[in-house]
Write a protein that binds this ligand. Structure first.
Ligand code: SAH
Length: 246
């Protein structure tokens, strides 16, 4: 009898941002495969008998090959085990959740995806930025600055969309992002917020403008993981209820 794989979003770091469903899945898991952007504190909700396997994949660092992770999940599921694949943020926002679910389903494994709070949402909220705001921002666009094939984003469309941009994996590409958005016609004074380690005790935020963001980040020594929020709302600073409870 085949087991089941849960692809679970662990949220951005603060264990209180886990969903009840994530906590239930963790409690049921025989095996937990944990990504390195996941706060290990969430393992408090896994069973003491569960086997915990770190499978970090941070860009630039030594990482576990994706094919190996696939095979691990498959092997344990075929042994009838309940497997939780724990990912930072949401599994389907730049988290390969879609490909893993498809790969497992093709092999007859039962898969369930549990949403997590993605870093972009939590990062903005914890420093008082509403990503949409009536009369100011009619939407949000989540994009990654990092592509496998080096294909380029449609910066013109992004700059003209009138939505707040939330950029993941952008720390090493600040110069390029700045150039592309300026060239695409975004105003140089557009507010930018760069939020490092969102929702964790070591969270830091750096406010700037599109024009100055690269210099500001360098002076601030901004490090990954960080998200960039670009848009009028990034100038907002009032504390939102979630920020006060964090
Ligand atoms: N699935 C994750 C994203 C994984 S991609 C999610 O939904 O959040 C990795 C990128 O996410 C990092 O480069 C960074 O841009 C962002 N990120 C993840 N955790 C973060 C955190 N705690 N604070 C700020 N950015 C974070």
């Amino acid at each position: 009898m085949s087991g089941k794989v849960w692809l679970v979003g662990a949220g951005p770091g603060d264990p209180e941002l886990l969903t009840l469903k994530a906590v239930r899945a963790l409690g049921e898991a025989d095996v937990v495969l944990i990504d390195d952007l996941v706060n290990p504190a969430v393992l408090e909700y896994s069973s003491p008998e569960a086997r915990i396997i770190p499978v970090g994949k941070r860009g630039g660092c030594r990482s576990t090959p994706q094919a190996f992770i696939h095979r691990l999940m498959l092997r344990y599921a075929r042994q009838g085990k309940c497997v939780v694949r724990l990912k930072g943020g949401d599994p389907c926002i730049f988290g390969r959740g879609g490909e893993e679910a498809e790969w497992l389903a093709e092999r007859g494994i039962q898969v369930e995806i549990v949403n997590g709070i993605t870093a972009g949402l939590a990062g903005a909220t914890t420093c008082g930025i509403p990503l949409t705001l009536r009369g100011i921002s009619r939407g949000v666009t989540l994009v990654t600055a990092h592509t496998q094939d080096d294909s380029s984003l449609n910066w013109k469309a992004l700059a003209q969309s009138g939505t707040t941009l939330v950029i993941y994996m952008g720390v090493a590409k600040l110069g390029e992002i700045r150039e592309c958005l300026l060239e695409a016609g975004m105003p140089a004074h557009m507010p930018v917020a760069m939020i490092e380690n969102a929702s964790l005790p070591q969270q830091r935020e750096c406010r700037s403008t599109l024009e100055d963001m690269q210099e500001s980040a360098a002076a601030f020594q901004l490090k990954s993981p960080a998200i960039l929020v670009i848009g009028e709302v990034a100038a907002t600073k009032q504390a939102l209820p979630l920020a006060q409870s964090a």
